[in-house]
Design a protein around this ligand. Structure first.
Ligand code: DGT
Ligand code: CA
Ligand code: CA
Ligand code: ZN
Length: 585
């Protein structure tokens, strides 16, 4: 999503939340939530739309358009500024507790005068929350749990998802400069760690001054923290720090290796250089002069590209997500580095939503068109099945949807897989009935309810679902949301074994908010011989672009193409689903 759109939808969501906290009626709140959704779903950069045409965009009325224009002109929306002043900061703080919505927060604030997370913690300890009308012991338990999670959160690190849009916008700005030869983001974001400490941007240029100048002046920069000859550090509007380093074009590869890291990987390859009488730093790989004379000039062996640097160290080139010193340097030296899956190898996406289920933001038509544009061979529409309160599609709805799929199928060579995202009940049961489930081409089954049950129950429910002949993959298998909530307690080894035994794939959910399985878990699953899928769980057209984060996560787990089901062609994929059906029917 364009950066402006993301900022804007965030502001409309904030308005909705603040309205709710000030007791506004729910239709008014809902209107602002809808505006935020419409902005999220917009396919154009709103900053580039002429002011007069904003109201013509789908889902954006005149009052929303006026506020968007206000934001674009003044950088803020007056109504939001007023609301921020009106709603007490302590009340807003309460909504940061995971699981505590604005409605309950307002009730607790009004009834007990609680205006901080600390005071909320005391009230929970004194069992005062459960006394409030409509709340009870369960709500109190959830709040206790939420407070514990905030405390446990590593506040210095941010989900990579928060940093990507900012990093890309900054890179795009720098790429427009005639002085910049090469521009890339490095650091943990390039390795696609799920959280990042800061953004590291690297530019190859013979003219560092104008590059640094353009960086400092970016509208995304709120404050310049330090600016020297080679490094500039800024604070961006998203409260994320960003470092810019400008390097000489001939040192590009060496600098990219150095600043991509990780530090542990760098140390490991530098040791290797030393053993070969070489020196590795951000300027290049150098042969140390034989004589000790002060004026001896060291000879540059490699520095222009990353491939040159690895080759000169007699190492296979290590893909950035694998550079964590978890055995990759030894493997690269022994030429035993696995050929990890790449974005180009993916032939389709096996988890996606349309507006047939309530939370999908685009029509099936639009989603299919976007999948075609990505040159996929197949795309599975897995709208939520009926057990999901609010959003699920009834059996009759699914039957109606099939007619639409058939019509769309006539117009495209991409195979639209008629799918569903099933809900795994606490006893492992699923939506609809067995016969109806067997009429789908592809089903993902996921846990959406009762996520805090003990490990034994969570493991058993997922294992039970895997035994169903219509269940082809487990969606977001641990349920974690990065920086927000940990996954359910699971016996992951048991899950992997059951996945292999039943011929069920485990999903690598590519949404940057989830990345579930994580890289570490992918590696365990691959070692256990499990088939994976990498899927976007797209709810908008733009979400289909998340695939690369899923691929990077799979690379962090050393997954090869043969470990990933959606690298297969359509026949290969259908062979997988047929095998499962035969085995269990
Ligand atoms: P982060 O920002 O905490 O998520 O993690 P990184 O990996 O982006 O770390 P950062 O921003 O401190 O530095 C970027 C890269 O620069 C890092 O991955 C490796 C390199 N680097 C930084 N400090 C050192 C160091 O002391 N020694 C070596 N060898 N490399 C370093
Ligand atoms: Ca960093
Ligand atoms: Ca840094
Ligand atoms: Zn989904």
């Amino acid at each position: 999503m364009a950066w402006t759109n993301e900022e804007l939808s965030g502001r409309f969501r904030e308005i909705a939340e603040l309205l709710q906290l000030s007791g506004a009626d729910r239709f008014r709140v809902r209107a602002y939530e809808r505006a935020a959704d419409a902005i999220t779903a917009a396919r154009v950069d709103l900053a580039a739309v002429p002011r007069g045409e904003l109201a013509e965009l789908s889902g954006i009325g005149t009052s929303t358009a006026k506020k968007i224009a206000e934001y674009l002109d003044d950088g803020e929306i007056a109504m939001l500024v007023e609301l921020r002043e009106k709603v007490p900061a302590g009340l807003r703080e309460l909504t940061r507790v995971p699981g505590l919505g604005p409605k309950t927060a307002l009730q607790i604030h009004t009834a007990l005068g609680i205006d901080s997370v600390a005071a909320l913690g005391e009230a929970v300890a004194e069992r005062r929350i459960r006394e409030l009308p409509g709340l009870g012991a369960k709500t109190e338990d959830n709040i206790r749990d939420g407070i514990r999670r905030i405390g446990a959160k590593d506040t210095d690190r941010r989900p990579a998802a928060d940093a990507i849009a900012v990093a890309e916008e900054l890179c795009a700005l720098l790429r427009r400069l005639p002085e910049a030869h090469e521009v890339a983001y490095a650091g943990s974001l390039r390795r696609m760690r799920e959280t990042v400490g800061d953004i590291d941007i690297l530019v190859a240029s013979a003219h560092p001054q104008p590059v640094a100048e353009a960086f400092r002046r970016s509208p995304l920069v709120r404050e310049v923290l330090a600016s020297g000859d080679t490094k500039t550090t800024v604070m961006t509007v998203r409260d994320l720090q960003a470092d810019l380093r400008v390097v000489a074009p001939e040192a590009w590869g060496a600098a990219l290796v150095y600043f991509t890291g990780s530090k542990a990987h760098n140390i490991r390859i530098r040791e290797r250089a030393v053993r070969r009488a070489l020196t590795l730093n951000e300027y290049g790989l150098f042969r140390r002069p034989d004589d000790e004379a002060d004026d001896a000039v060291s000879e540059r062996v490699a520095s222009r590209t990353e491939a040159d640097v690895y080759a000169a160290l007699d190492l296979a080139e290590v893909p950035p997500p694998m550079r964590e010193d978890t055995g990759e340097v030894e493997a690269a030296a022994a030429r035993a580095l696995p050929a990890v899956v790449t974005l180009e190898q993916l032939r389709g996406d096996l988890h996606g939503h349309s507006d047939w289920s309530g939370d999908g933001k685009a029509t099936l038509d639009e989603m299919v068109e976007a999948a075609v544009a990505r040159r996929y061979a197949y795309w599975a529409v897995t709208d939520h099945a009926e057990d999901l309160t609010m959003n699920g599609v009834t059996r009759a709805g699914m039957v109606k949807r099939r007619a639409v799929i058939a019509r769309l199928q006539e117009e495209t060579s991409l195979r639209i897989l008629d799918g569903a995202e099933l809900n795994i009940a606490i006893d492992g049961g699923l939506d609809y009935d067995r016969d109806f489930l067997l009429t789908f081409d592809w089903c993902v089954a996921s846990v959406h309810t009762l996520m805090t049950r003990p490990e034994r129950e969570q493991t058993a429910r997922i294992m039970a679902a895997m035994e169903h002949p219509a269940v082809h993959a487990i969606g977001h298998p641990t349920g974690r949301k990065i920086g927000k909530r940990p996954g359910y307690d699971l016996d992951f080894d048991a899950i992997c074994e059951a996945a292999r035994e039943t011929g069920t794939a485990l999903e690598v959910n590519a949404s940057p908010r989830r990345l579930d399985l994580s890289g570490e878990m992918v590696r365990r699953a691959v070692e256990a011989g499990v088939s994976l899928t990498i899927s976007c769980d797209a709810h908008t057209v733009g979400d289909l672009g998340s695939m690369r984060y899923g691929v990077a996560t799979a690379q962090r787990g050393w997954a090869r193409a043969e470990d990933v089901l959606n690298t297969r062609d359509l026949d290969g994929l259908l062979a997988f689903t047929a095998a499962k059906r035969e085995r269990w029917s």
